[in-house]
Design a binder for this molecule. Structure first.
Ligand code: HEM
Length: 148
């Protein structure tokens, strides 16, 4: 269980960078193509990859949450600022971000015009990016996590 937890923590930690890069590429694509008449199948693939990696990160996060068993909300956890960060802040911000990315992708697929498709990505992925940046336990926040 210890090794599985180590593997999952490293995967979860490293995947943040892939997810951040995919989000930036998606947002850049959506902003630059919004005023053009251009929505290619590779744009849709980029947006879909971004959503899929978000879902993968979500699943690994959920697994860690239950495997470590350290973050079940209790009086004890609420008193410990690091445990509270993972149990409440990290989980809430990231779940909201996952929902926004999923809704954004679905709106993009359903939208009737090229500009509405890209706009859905700019707005939903953009807000999700802000939430994810705020929810990551960056080393300078003193939450016991490293850069990788
Ligand atoms: C979707 C975007 C997410 C990103 C970018 C992200 C990123 C991270 C990072 C960078 C860490 C620190 C890992 C380390 O110790 O080096 C972490 C830890 C953790 N994350 Fe996430 N996370 C996300 C979503 C979630 C979700 C949805 C959950 C749970 C529902 C979750 C649960 C956890 C837990 C429990 C830890 C602490 C693991 C431990 O104590 O070793 N994460 N996350």
């Amino acid at each position: 269980m210890e090794t599985l937890q180590n593997i999952l923590t490293h995967a979860h930690s490293g995947l943040r960078y892939l997810l951040l890069i995919l989000l930036l590429v998606s947002i850049y694509t959506s902003l630059t193509k919004r005023s053009s008449d251009n929505f290619s199948s590779s744009d849709l693939k980029t947006y879909m990859f971004t959503m899929s990696f978000t879902h993968l990160q979500f699943l690994i996060g959920m697994a860690l949450f239950f495997i470590t068993g350290r973050y079940k909300i209790s009086g004890e956890v609420m008193k410990d600022s690091i445990a509270r960060f993972y149990a409440v802040e990290h989980t809430t911000l990231m779940i909201l971000a996952v929902i926004l990315i999923t809704v954004g992708y679905s709106r993009c697929k359903k939208a009737q015009t090229v500009s509405a498709k890209h706009k859905a990505i700019s707005i939903f992925f953009g807000i999700a990016l802000v939430l994810i940046l705020a929810g990551i336990p960056w080393p300078f926040r003193g939450l016991g996590a490293e850069w990788f």
